[in-house]
Design a protein around this ligand. Structure first.
Ligand SMILES: C[S@@+](CC[C@H](N)C(=O)[O-])C[C@H]1O[C@@H](n2cnc3c(N)ncnc32)[C@H](O)[C@@H]1O
Length: 423
């Protein structure tokens, strides 16, 4: 029998088991996934501008069973969506999913990610989750996406972390030695299960055999038996971006990739050297000292703009601007939480918000002037200041300072977004 090439082995794996195996009828409630795939989140982080998804063209590169495409559609209402994948069986499931949810503005194609110019489209946003590390040449994958990206478009993509996942890679190599990686899933999965169950508890590899999810067929195929899986470091990711002529924008879970989060107390001696590190070096430093932090190096990138990162908003921009809630919070009915808090004279707690590290609490006073920012339309900051003056008997300056402190805290976490008339 002729040896199969890697792409056809990968294709065969996903034809046998389209990924993810989420029931067709399921709706999306995963806020982190919605946040990461929202064009509003990504463009705001890059430019501090509020972009409406309506009418935008979105691509899901390596869409699998269409679950990620449904995330994209839920996160960006009113946009148009195209999904492509090399696995015809996955594309069939994606089509069924969208028929079930009656979303019509979508098209699915069996296509290689390196060859998407034949779509004849240019995209505002490209989502490519859990695909690049499977490719023989991930730079070609990145280039394929860059070719169909509009000048101001943004890509959300990721690769596996070499450090976090090293024991999974060891097990894949061990299965390779036994010839199990080339077997169909029906044969390979029982062999893997038997070995993992028998493995000594002291092995680091065994530490990845915890919890129910990893032991399911889907969990095993997406990890220990994932064909062509590869791991990367931060410098490798930045080098791939340079080769593909793309520019890093931000980590998706940027709140995790912060020194303050990784270190529990100040480190004055080390700080002298840390301060001299470039962005790339600092991220690498963090992955070296906290290798198990995250499975994915998950990031947004775009065409090189040559622009410096956006400056913080000035006082004048705040005073003349208008604020609105992140659209995802409106979907979660945040306004009702504010109305209930006013009725009960209590705070508003926003738990598990992806833009924040930890939970957010808005005190019972601030709730009363901030509520207007959680409506359908942007509200002028000055209107919130007037509201605060009336409620608290403050001077305009006192009210502005208090409102500004609230707004800055919430804006830094992308709970609220500022429309500045000067940008
Ligand atoms: C782990 S799944 C991820 C699916 C989806 N992106 C998600 O996050 O739910 C990887 C997908 O990438 C697809 N894929 C692998 N190589 C590809 C290529 N060269 N071009 C297009 N799709 C590819 C596979 O068929 C599979 O559906």
């Amino acid at each position: 029998m002729p040896e199969q090439s890697i792409p056809s082995l990968v294709q065969a794996q996903f034809d046998e088991f389209p990924y993810p195996n989420v029931p067709i009828e399921q709706t999306v409630t995963d806020n982190s996934a919605l946040f990461a795939n929202s064009i509003t989140t990504a463009r705001y982080l890059r430019e501090r501008k509020v972009v409406d998804p309506a009418g935008k063209l979105m691509l899901n590169a390596g869409c699998g069973s269409g679950w990620e495409t449904l995330v994209l559609a839920t996160a960006n209402p009113g946009a148009h969506y195209i999904g492509v994948d090399i696995s015809a069986e996955s594309i069939k499931m994606a089509q069924q999913r969208f028929q079930f949810h009656q979303i019509e503005d979508v098209r699915f194609e069996v296509m290689d990610i390196t060859d998407m110019t034949s779509l004849g489209e240019q995209f505002d946003f490209i989502a490519c989750n859990d695909v690049l590390y499977l490719l023989d040449d991930p730079v070609a994958g990145l280039r394929g996406m860059r070719q169909v990206l509009k000048p101001d478009g943004i890509i959300r993509t990721n690769v596996h972390s070499l450090y976090q996942r090293q024991f999974i890679f060891h097990m894949q190599d061990a299965m390779e030695l036994l010839g199990v990686m080339d077997e169909p899933a029906s044969k390979a999965v029982p062999i893997l299960r038997e070995l993992m169950d028998a493995l000594h508890e002291g092995s680091f590899v065994k530490s990845h055999w915890n919890g129910d999810a990893i032991k399911t067929t889907t969990g095993i195929l997406a990890n220990f038996l994932l064909r062509s899986d590869k791991g990367f470091t931060v410098p490798q990711v930045f080098e791939m971006l340079r080769q593909a002529e793309l520019e890093f924008v931000s980590m998706v879970n940027w709140q995790q990739w912060k020194l303050e989060r990784v270190l529990n107390k100040p480190v004055p001696y080390a700080m002298r050297s840390i301060k001299k590190l470039s962005q790339e070096e600092l991220l690498h430093f963090i992955e070296l000292i906290f290798p198990n932090m995250t499975r994915l190096i998950d990031f947004w990138c775009g065409h090189p703009s040559g622009a410096t990162p956006p400056q913080p908003f000035s006082h004048e921009e705040w005073w003349n601007g208008s604020v609105q809630a992140h659209p995802l919070l409106l979907r979660l009915n945040a306004r009702a939480a504010f109305e209930n808090a006013i009725r009960d004279n209590g705070p508003v707690n926003i738990n598990g918000w992806p833009g924040a590290e930890g939970n957010i609490s808005v005190d019972p006073f601030s709730v009363r002037w901030l509520i207007e920012a959680f409506g359908e339309k942007p509200v002028p900051v000055q209107a919130l200041v007037v509201q605060a003056m009336e409620l608290m008997d403050w001077t305009q300056e006192e009210a502005f300072n208090q409102v500004l402190a609230n707004l800055k805290f919430l804006e830094e976490r992308l709970v609220l977004l500022l429309n500045s008339p000067f940008r």
